[in-house]
Design a protein around this ligand. Sequence first.
Ligand code: PMP
Length: 282
Amino acid sequence: MIVYINGEFVKEEQAVVSVFDRGFLFADAVYEVTTILNSRLIDFKSHMTRLRRSSAELELLLPYTDDELLTIHQQLIEKNNVNEGLIYLQLTRGNAGQRDFLFPSKSVEPTLVLFAQKISIIENSKAKAGIRVVAYDDIRWQRCDIKTTSLLAASLAKQYAYSQGADDAIFVKNGLITEGSSSNFFIITQDNTLKTRALSHEILPGITRQAILALAKEQKLSIEETAFSIEEAIAAKEAFITSATSVVYPVIEVDGQKVGQGKPGLLAHRLREIYIQAMSVP
Ligand code: PMP
C-alpha cells in the first residue's frame, strides 16, 4: 500500500513516525475518515471543515489548504487504485523530541499521515441484515465533539459488544443515549418522528448525520433533535446508525430486545438508498 506522510508518498513499510510524536504519546491528534465511492470522495468539504474545527479547538496547526488536502486524497485513491473504501487522515502535534505534557514551541512541524483502505460500502451485509447493539456507559471525556484519536472508550465499548455477541455498542449517559461507539444514533418513533440527539459537546457532529437530516427534511419527515432513552429506542418503530463508512445501518435489536419487528426498517432503508443515490451523482 502507498501511504502519505509529511509531503511524501511512500510504501507503508517506509512510513515512520517518531516515538516522541505527540500523537503516539498523548493521542494529541485529530483525524477524519472520508468515504470513497466510484473512486470519488463523498462530502469532502464537510470533512475538511470539521477537521479545521477539531484542530482549532486543540490549537493544532493545519498548514494545508483544502485544495492541497484534496490533491493528496485524490492521489492516494489513484496510487492505490481504490474504487470503494475510505481515506483515513491523521494530523498530530508532531515530534516534540521528548515527553512533556505542555505543547512544544510553534516551530515543531505537525505530522500528517493519510492512507486508503478498500471496503465494501454499497454491498454490505450489515446494511442488509441490520445490526444488534448493546448499551455501554458513556465513559468518554467531555469534548466528544472534537474528532481526536483518543478512542479507547470506543474500543472498549465495541469489544464489550462483541463479547456479548452484538455488533456494536451505543453510549448511554444519565439514562439517555448519546451516540453509537463510532456513529450517530437515530430512532423513528411509532408516530413517525425521526429523533436523534442534538449537537453538543457530548456527541460528534457526524457528516452523515447532517446529510441524513437534510434528506429527511426534504422528504418532509417530522424531525426532533432531542435526547431519548434505551427504553424509547426499544419501543421505537425503527432505529439506525449513521457514519461515513456504514452510511446507514438499520438497528434491529437493542440490549437483546427487538426494535419494531426485529427487521431492518423501511425508512432506514429508504434514507440509505436516497443518500447513496445523491452521492453517486457526479
Ligand atoms: N460519532 C462518533 C463517536 C464517531 O466516531 C463517528 C465516526 N467517526 C460518527 C459519530 C459519525 O461521523 P461521520 O458521519 O462523520 O462519519
